[in-house]
Design a protein around this ligand. Structure first.
Ligand code: COA
Length: 376
């Protein structure tokens, strides 16, 4: 089918919270919590009624994940052994929500790079893992803050929210129902991470990204053609978060660990790597592209080992940092924003005609691929 309207990526934007937690700082805080917990429960532990908590380590974190540091919106309370969660002051209904605020920063960056006035944008999709509230939609708040007419709505496909948002935006462009769509992914992952869980306390970081998807007829000369997008979901409980408004009916369980992020990390690794690699190769084939000829992969930033394996399977050789760049080391896993940060920071050097892939994967399970080619 030939579409009259051709969707492209006009620009991307990024907001990075200034505060950083290094692995050393994180492990110091976690181990202080462990020491205190074990001291407080010394009798039960000595009697064999309770297992002592084990310490975390910088070496393990780096070896298992590749993460060295992460940005967060509120460092002090996360490291405070009494709190170990972001504690942001509540804002009034007339103030911009924190999620909208960081989303607006990223969106403004994308608009400036595209030379686009907000009044020319038709829609805002807020695509992220964890919304601050059910309604009014974060997207509508961002829309209002930017002075955009048209419509906005929130969508959540966990770590794949941004790529699912890009396909949704691209479909609006193709259908002619919008000419310029902002896909904003504010990810305050520190709010759903269990900072007291040794297996996962090091995984996430906070950030916001924005992708401006537009009709080629409107786009600036420096843009990225969207060659094809493909989405896939397969139900899995291996990554789960049971937080929700129905929990308030059971106050005794409201603070339970399953109301935060939980995962079976090994299972996720084993199941997701083959699913993602196969999907990329199949989709490249459908689009008439040789996956080995892709100039760059901007992969979801969850785990360095996963990305190494996926890139190897797709490209047929061990990918260099130039072929599959990492931002995970300094950002941690930023959920849906990860592959967009990688694209944002590592795409200017590509030449016109170069083809690459933005790819996300995560809870659901969900996988999204966006094949792009630099214009010119
Ligand atoms: N510090 C020190 N040691 C730790 C530790 C920590 N924080 N957490 C676990 N360990 C130990 C375990 O006790 C275990 O020790 P044992 O072998 O003596 O029993 C060992 O390290 C291996 O633990 P395991 O949990 O199996 O680690 P792993 O090597 O599988 O790595 C993940 C864990 C989560 C980093 C890894 O599985 C992963 O990243 N998976 C991908 C999932 C993902 O990122 N999902 C996000 C959405 S896509």
């Amino acid at each position: 089918m030939t579409w009259t309207h051709r969707p492209v990526i006009s620009a991307t934007g990024l907001y990075t919270p200034p505060e950083i937690i290094t692995n050393e700082e994180l492990v110091d805080s976690f181990n202080a919590y462990v020491a205190r917990h074990n001291a407080d429960n010394a009798e039960a532990i000595a009697a064999g009624a309770l297992a002592p908590l084990a310490e975390s380590s910088v070496e393990f974190i780096e070896k298992a994940s590749g993460i060295k540091a992460r940005h967060v919106v509120a460092k002090a309370p996360v490291l405070d052994v009494e709190v170990m969660a972001p504690r942001l002051p509540e804002r009034g209904n007339d103030e911009l929500s924190i999620l909208a605020e960081i989303g607006v920063h990223a969106a403004r960056d994308a608009l400036a790079r595209a030379g686009r006035d907000a009044s020319q944008v038709d829609a805002v999709l807020c695509a992220a893992s964890n919304m601050q509230r059910p309604y009014p939609a974060m997207a509508i708040e961002i829309q209002q803050a930017l002075g955009i007419e048209g419509f906005g709505f929130d969508m959540n496909v966990a770590c794949s929210s941004a790529t699912f948002g890009i396909q949704t935006a691209a479909d609006y462009i193709r259908a002619g129902s919008a000419r310029s769509v902002l896909v904003v992914s504010p990810e305050i992952t520190s709010g759903h991470l269990n900072w007291r869980d040794r297996d996962s306390h090091f995984i996430f970081g906070d950030v916001a990204t924005a992708v401006l998807v537009e009709d080629a007829a409107l786009a600036p000369a420096a843009h990225w053609d969207i060659l094809g997008t493909k989405l896939k979901t397969v139900f899995s409980n291996a990554i789960r978060n049971n937080f929700g408004f129905l929990n308030r009916a059971h106050p005794e369980s409201a603070g339970a660990p399953d109301k935060l992020f939980v995962q079976e990390g090994r299972k996720v690794f084993k199941e997701v790597v083959p699913m993602v690699s196969a999907m990329i190769v199949e989709e490249a084939d459908r689009l008439g592209l040789d996956p080995r000829g892709l100039r760059r992969l901007w992969l979801h930033q969850a785990n360095a080992g996963m990305n190494r394996l996926i890139a190897q399977r797709v490209m047929g050789h061990e990918a260099s940092e130039d072929e599959s760049p990492t931002v995970l080391d300094t950002y941690g896993n930023t959920s849906s924003a990860g592959s967009i940060i990688a694209f944002h920071k590592h795409s200017d050097d590509l030449a016109g005609g170069d083809t690459g892939l933005i790819c996300s994967f995560g809870a659901g399970y969900s996988v999204g691929t966006v094949f792009v080619r630099k214009a010119g």
